[in-house]
Design a protein around this ligand. Structure first.
Ligand code: IPD
Length: 269
């Protein structure tokens, strides 16, 4: 499996970097924007174009693998018995992409037998490339990442996000209102994968969000965990659409306990 996992990481890096080029080119042209699940949940022609590019590259490199992409593009060989599944978010942070805020990313993760074993996240606006392989650490470019500062809750700067679902947002506003007085500050970067990479790189002390899709967090969660952060859901669960949280190993228990008390799990999941 070692060789296979190595190969999957190399491909994840190749795909994230290549797709970031496609995203960069698309940003130079005219953007065609439309609404998806709600009027604020945006998708651009670029999201679809980049996903098509990724799926085509995977079909050429690993034709037997299954693919799950945010834009639901053509899924390459979903052959029964295949051990590898790719989780793709062509542009995570589409609203930032549309506005020209340089915080959006291509996220590529590879699952082997249902476990995420390799991932890469590339920000096309600044070229930063994060990657990780199970058991082999996380890197930003050539630099090994050592995770967040492990400050106490009252000094922690915590990232979060607010999905697109109206009931979810109402819940999240109440959670943040009660959380803010207990911590140093909040950040809302606008890209879940980059939030998790920011935890890995020590740019955020922690992060949590309810209502994510697996392609938003799969690669970032592995990168944060491999950098030494504790990545989980609430009540001992694994990270999921219910809640995905990441923080240093000393901060995490306090943050998770507070999020449990505040009922930060997703409303609908
Ligand atoms: C979104 C971003 C955002 C998060 C949303 C995601 P998208 O991804 O990660 O930060 O708050 O929940 O859906 O839709 O831009 O790929």
């Amino acid at each position: 499996a070692e060789d296979l996992i190595h190969e999957l990481e190399d491909i994840a890096v190749l795909l994230a970097r290549g797709a970031a080029e496609v995203v960069r080119d698309a940003r130079r042209g005219r953007l065609s924007v439309s609404a998806k699940s709600t009027v604020t949940d945006l998708v651009t022609a670029a999201d679809r174009e980049v996903e098509r590019w990724l799926v085509a590259r995977l079909a050429a490199l690993r034709p037997g693998d299954a693919v799950l992409g945010e834009e639901g593009g053509a899924h390459a060989g979903t052959a029964a018995g295949g051990r590898v599944r790719w989780l793709l978010d062509p542009i995570d942070g589409t609203v930032n992409f549309v506005l020209g805020v340089p915080q959006y990313a291509v996220s590529v993760a590879a699952e082997l037998d249902g476990t995420v074993v390799a991932g890469a996240v590339c920000n096309p606006a600044n070229g930063e490339l994060y990657r990780a392989r199970q058991g082999a650490g996380a890197y930003l470019g050539g630099e090994r990442l050592t995770g967040p500062r492990d400050v106490p809750l009252e000094r922690a700067v915590i990232g979060t996000g607010f999905g697109y679902d109206a009931r979810q947002r109402t819940r999240q506003v109440a959670v943040v209102a009660q959380l803010l007085p207990r911590i140093a500050d909040i950040r809302r970067i606008g890209s879940a994968s980059l939030d998790l990479c920011a935890v890995a790189a020590g740019r955020l002390d922690g992060y949590f969000e309810a209502g994510l899709n697996v392609w938003d967090y799969a690669a970032g969660a592995l990168i944060a965990a491999e950098a030494g952060a504790l990545v989980s859901g609430l009540r001992g669960r694994a990270p999921s659409g219910l809640l995905t949280a990441a923080a240093g190993p000393h901060l995490a228990p306090a943050l998770l306990a507070l999020l449990e008390e505040l009922g930060a799990d997703a409303v609908n999941s």
